[in-house]
Design a protein around this ligand. Structure first.
Ligand SMILES: [Zn+2]
Length: 459
C-alpha cells in the first residue's frame, strides 16, 4: 500500500501538519513523519484522528432499540426490559444475529468506532442446547465484523446461574448458560479460527457476579491465564441499585468491593458500568489499573445512574466508552452524555477535562482512545508506529467544523449538532467508509430491514 499524507493529524505528541504515514501490508502504522513531503502518497484532506474502540456491545440488542419505550408501570424497571429481551431473543437465529450485527457494525464505523469489544452471551439455540458447532454464534459475529470491516475483540461470556447465591439459571436464560469447560473450548476454537487476523482478539467475559458464582469465576480466570495471560477480561458490575443491594445481602460487600477483594483485578480487566461505587470503591477501582467500561446512553435509557467520573479521574482511573444496548451507535452520543450527566449532577461545566489545560472534547476522546485500546487488548487508539492503522478523517469543510482548528474540531465534533462530520474511516489499513458512505451500506441495510421487520412483528 502507498504511504498516506495527512493535512492535519492528532499524533501522540499533539497536532501535526503534513504528516507522512506508512501503512504496512499487515495493516499497522509504520514510520510517521510530520512535515513530510506528499510525493508518491495518497493525500488525505481534513483532520485525521485515531479510530475509537467501542468497549461494550451486545450486537443482537440493536434490533430491540426503540421497542421498549412505551410508558406504564410494566415498562418502568430494568427487570421489565430484561423480560422483553428474553421474549425477543427466543426467536433470534444465527442468520438473524449475523445480519443485525453487520448493520450495527457498519453504523458504528460511519460514526467513528473502528473496533468493538463484543460481550457475547447469546450462545445456545432457543431450546438451550449447544449448536452443532458450539461457537456458531460467535463465528457469526466474526463474519459480521468481516463484512462490515470493523476490528473485533470477541468475549465469550460465562453465564451460570440466575442470581446471587442461586444454584441454577432461570428457564428463560437457557440461551446463555454455559460451563467453564465449554467456554474454554469455544475460546480455543475462536482463537484458531481468527489466527493471523490482525483485526481480532479473543478474551473472556464473566456475565456478572449475579450470574457467575465465585468458584466458576476463579476457574474461568485460571483457564484464561493458561490460554492467553494478557487477554482482556470483562464483567458487568454495579450497574443498578437493586444489584448492589442484592450483592450486599448475599456477601456483605458491594459488587465492586467484592470483585476487588476476590479477583485479581488489574489492567486486563474491564469493569462494565461500575455506576454505583462508594468513594473508597472508586479509588480502589482506579488503583487496580482496570478500565471502567462506561455506556452512558444505555445507562440513561435503563435508568441506571451516573458514573462518578470526576472523583474516578482524580484517582487516576482508566475508562472507555461503549454502546452496549445500542440505543445510540455513535461515540459522540455516549461521550456527550457522559459529560452532560456530570454537568447536570455537579452543576459545573467541562468536567472530563479536569485540571488538564486542553479541551473537554479532546479529554473525552483521549479517555476513549486509551481505555478502549486497553479493554480491547489490542494496539489501538493512537497514530503511532506498530499500532493498528485505524483512523477517522473529519471533514473540516463540514459546516459544524468550519472555522475551527485542532482541539476546537474535536469539541465541535462532540458538542455541536447531530450530523456527523466523519468523512472517511480506515480499519487495519483498509478504507471502509469513504465520503460518508460505508462500503457495503445498501446491501447490509437491505438485509437488516427484512430481519428487523420480522422480529418486530413477532413481539
Ligand atoms: Zn452489557
Amino acid at each position: 500500500m502507498s504511504d498516506l499524507h495527512f493535512e492535519l493529524a492528532l499524533l501522540p505528541g499533539g497536532w501535526a501538519r503534513d504528516v507522512r504515514v506508512e501503512v504496512s501490508g499487515g495493516g499497522d502504522f509504520g514510520e510517521i513523519r510530520p512535515g513530510g513531503t506528499p510525493e508518491g502518497t495518497r493525500r488525505v484532506a481534513g483532520a485525521v484522528v485515531p479510530g475509537i474502540p467501542n468497549v461494550h456491545s451486545h450486537a443482537f440488542q440493536r434490533a430491540m432499540a426503540g421497542l421498549t419505550e412505551s410508558g406504564g408501570t410494566a415498562e418502568y424497571g430494568f427487570g421489565s426490559w430484561r423480560e422483553r429481551m428474553y421474549a425477543f431473543l427466543a426467536r433470534l437465529s444465527p442468520d438473524d444475529v449475523q445480519v443485525v450485527a453487520s448493520q450495527l457494525y457498519a453504523e458504528m464505523l460511519r460514526h467513528g468506532y473502528t473496533a468493538v469489544a463484543e460481550f457475547h452471551y447469546l450462545r445456545n439455540d432457543p431450546a438451550g442446547r449447544s449448536y452443532a458447532v458450539p461457537h456458531e454464534m460467535a463465528l457469526r459475529l466474526h463474519e459480521a465484523a468481516m463484512a462490515a470491516g470493523i476490528g473485533l475483540t470477541l468475549l465469550p461470556a460465562l453465564y451460570r446461574v440466575a442470581d446471587f447465591g442461586a444454584d441454577a439459571p432461570l428457564e428463560e436464560q437457557r440461551r446463555f448458560v454455559v460451563t467453564v469447560d465449554e467456554i474454554v473450548a469455544d475460546s480455543a476454537a475462536l482463537r484458531g479460527a481468527m489466527a493471523g487476523n490482525g483485526n481480532r482478539r479473543v478474551g473472556l467475559a464473566l456475565h456478572s457476579l449475579r450470574a457467575v458464582p465465585p468458584g466458576d469465576l476463579a476457574d474461568a480466570f485460571a483457564a484464561l491465564e493458561a490460554a492467553d495471560a494478557a487477554a482482556p477480561i470483562h464483567i458487568h458490575v454495579a450497574e443498578q441499585v437493586t444489584e448492589v443491594r442484592a450483592c450486599l445481602s448475599w456477601s456483605g460487600a458491594a459488587p465492586v468491593e467484592w470483585l476487588l477483594d476476590h479477583a485479581p483485578v488489574d489492567g486486563r480487566w474491564c469493569a462494565v458500568h461500575a455506576t454505583h461505587m462508594t468513594g473508597e470503591e472508586t479509588r480502589a477501582l482506579a488503583a487496580s489499573g482496570a478500565v471502567a467500561g462506561l455506556c452512558p446512553t444505555t445507562e440513561a435509557n435503563l435508568g441506571d445512574g451516573v458514573f462518578p467520573l470526576a472523583s474516578y479521574q482524580v484517582a487516576g482511573g482508566n475508562w472507555g466508552v461503549g454502546s452496549d444496548s445500542h440505543v445510540s451507535v455513535s461515540p459522540v452520543a455516549d461521550l456527550r452524555m457522559l459529560e452532560y450527566s456530570q454537568r447536570l449532577t455537579m452543576h459545573e461545566r467541562n468536567v472530563a477535562g479536569g485540571r488538564k489545560t486542553h479541551s473537554t472534547g479532546r479529554a473525552l476522546l483521549e479517555g476513549a482512545w486509551a481505555g478502549g485500546a486497553q479493554a480491547s487488548g489490542r494496539r489501538l487508539g493512537a497514530i503511532r508506529p506498530g499500532f493498528r492503522a485505524d483512523l477517522v478523517v473529519l471533514d473540516t469543510d463540514h459546516p459544524a467544523l468550519a472555522g475551527k482548528d485542532e482541539d476546537q474540531l474535536l469539541d465541535a465534533w462532540i458538542f455541536s449538532g447531530e450530523d456527523t462530520p466523519v468523512r472517511d474511516v480506515m480499519v487495519g489499513g483498509a478504507w471502509v467508509v469513504q465520503d460518508g458512505r460505508h462500503r457495503g451500506e445498501e446491501e447490509i441495510a437491505s438485509a437488516y430491514r427484512a430481519v428487523a421487520r420480522k422480529l418486530a412483528a413477532a413481539l
